[in-house]
Design a protein around this ligand. Structure first.
Ligand code: UGA
Length: 441
């Protein structure tokens, strides 16, 4: 099948690569000349494990090419996949201008009865609106086919999805199902608005699980219970499940925070207070500043405090720092005059672009620790977790505070190296022997 993918961000680039590797004839287009050139040259503008390999193979097989939008004057494929951005405005409204522009542009060049396939995340009701406002006088069909790709694992998730959701009319659904031939997953066939709702409700539920476990972790901290054991005990109930129960400094990224905000606004626009979602956001905003609050409570003033922040990306295996907890944290530290060393294996460039002043970005992890008084882990990159922490303790100032914002290290080891260790909800594990005895006796 001939497919045109509009928008070469995280979703569009993976969709282009994956559909072409399934044997379809794909053109990936973008408005940006620089982006298109980067894909053609094999120097991807994003870091996504495995993506480069799939793209290279498909280009070599002749199944995939890239083009700038304005150079596409021949007819587009019978399927046009829309994967342009839907940023959330400050009032929570989703900005659908890129989506509408992409649909309008596609309409001019698509063959009759072609399918507009929406991959971008759009608020429920958007498909209906596009059909009414843009597609009404055409023979084009519209299908909602949301993605459930995790950054850092997007290529794997594409080829091994837990479900493929397709919303639309039955003839269009059948055609879209055939695009995924070769992939083993259950299909959820539904109407357009329900498909859109599945996407938002899924992300909101994942965010809810994280804030829920973080709230329980705060209680564990109060009474010296251990969140790791509590989460394991909860998660063994198959009705609950064990994933997304890792307590820490909260969720970030371009999806969960943005979609939650847009979903809240969507609910309010439909005369429904989004109480759960508001609480989820409140807890998450609080979590990302836990390390800052811990330093203030430990040191009083943190002006001049020498701090190493490890991990800037919103999670491992990505260079993405959009809405990353590390950014809010660093801004708070700098605001109080702390001296910040920062390191990330992949996200240094992106971080430099937005945190211009005040941070000393280190090219190597080993350069972060000389005489630091506090170390804050914000992303559980294996390079950071598996480092020689005894060596780090020797470089750092004696009695250095170690805030493990992802509960990734072994507290007993860290305490034995001389750190003043603090995790999130790790109760007695975070305490030194004398404090521990107070609780255990
Ligand atoms: C999320 C969803 O997981 C995908 O299914 C969805 O397709 C995607 O958004 C999207 O809408 O496009 P992603 O943003 O890549 O994917 O990241 P996640 O793996 O969901 O992690 C989000 C955040 O939650 C990260 O900051 C992570 O550190 C945090 N997290 C995750 C926790 O704090 N605790 C956990 O137990 C799990």
């Amino acid at each position: 099948m001939r497919i045109t993918v509009v928008g070469l961000g995280y979703v569009g680039s993976v969709a282009s690569a994956a559909f072409s590797s399934l044997g379809h004839d794909v053109v990936g287009v973008d408005i940006s000349y620089a982006t298109v050139e980067a894909f053609r040259d094999g120097v991807l503008p994003i870091y996504e494990p495995g993506l480069n390999e799939v793209i290279t193979e498909s280009m070599q097989n002749g199944n995939l090419r890239f083009s700038q939008i304005e150079n596409m004057d021949d007819s587009l494929g019978e399927i046009v996949v829309i994967a342009t951005g839907t940023p959330t405005l400050s009032n929570g409204v989703s900005d659908l201008s890129q989506i509408k522009q992409s649909v309008a542009w596609s309409m001019e060049l698509m063959p009759d009865e072609g399918i507009v396939l929406m991959k971008s995340t759009v608020p429920p009701g958007t498909g209906r609106m596009i059909k009414k406002e843009l597609l009404q006088d055409t023979t084009l069909r519209y299908v909602a086919n949301p993605e459930f790709l995790r950054e850092g694992k997007a290529v794997h998730d594409w080829f091994h999805p837990e479900r493929i959701v397709i919303g639309g009319q039955s003839d269009a659904i059948s055609l879209v199902k055939s695009l995924y031939r070769g992939i083993d997953a259950p299909f959820v066939e539904t109407d357009i608005t329900s498909a859109e709702m599945i996407k938002y409700a899924s992300n909101a539920f994942l965010a809810t699980k994280i804030s829920y476990i973080n709230e329980i972790a705060s209680l564990c901290d109060k009474i010296a219970a251990d969140i790791d054991d509590v989460a394991a005990g909860i998660g063994l109930d198959s009705r609950i499940g064990s994933s997304f129960l890792n307590a820490g400094v909260g969720f970030g990224g371009s999806c969960l925070p943005k979609d939650l905000k847009a979903f809240r606004r969507f609910a309010e626009d439909n005369d429904q207070a989004a109480e759960i979602m508001s609480a989820v956001t409140l807890v998450n905003d609080r979590q990302r500043l836990l390390p800052y609050k811990f330093l203030v409570s430990t040191f009083g003033s943190i002006s001049g405090l020498r701090v190493a922040v490890l991990g800037l990306a919103f999670k491992p295996d990505t260079d993405d720092i959009r809405d990353a907890p590390s950014i809010d944290l660093i801004r708070a530290l700098l605001g109080d005059g702390a001296l910040v060393n920062a390191y990330d294996p992949r996200a240094l460039k992106n971080s430099r672009d937005i945190l211009r002043e005040g941070v000393r970005f280190q090219e190597s992890l080993s350069d972060c620790f000389h005489d630091v008084q506090a170390i804050l882990i914000m992303t559980e990159w294996p390079e950071i977790v598996d480092y020689d922490w005894k060596w780090i303790a020797d470089q750092a100032s004696s009695g250095c505070v170690l805030f493990d914002g992802r509960n990734a290290l072994n507290p007993d080891d860290m305490i034995s190296y001389g750190f003043k260790y603090k995790g999130v909800g790790r109760g007695v594990l975070s305490m030194d022997d004398s404090e521990r005895n107070n609780y255990l006796t």
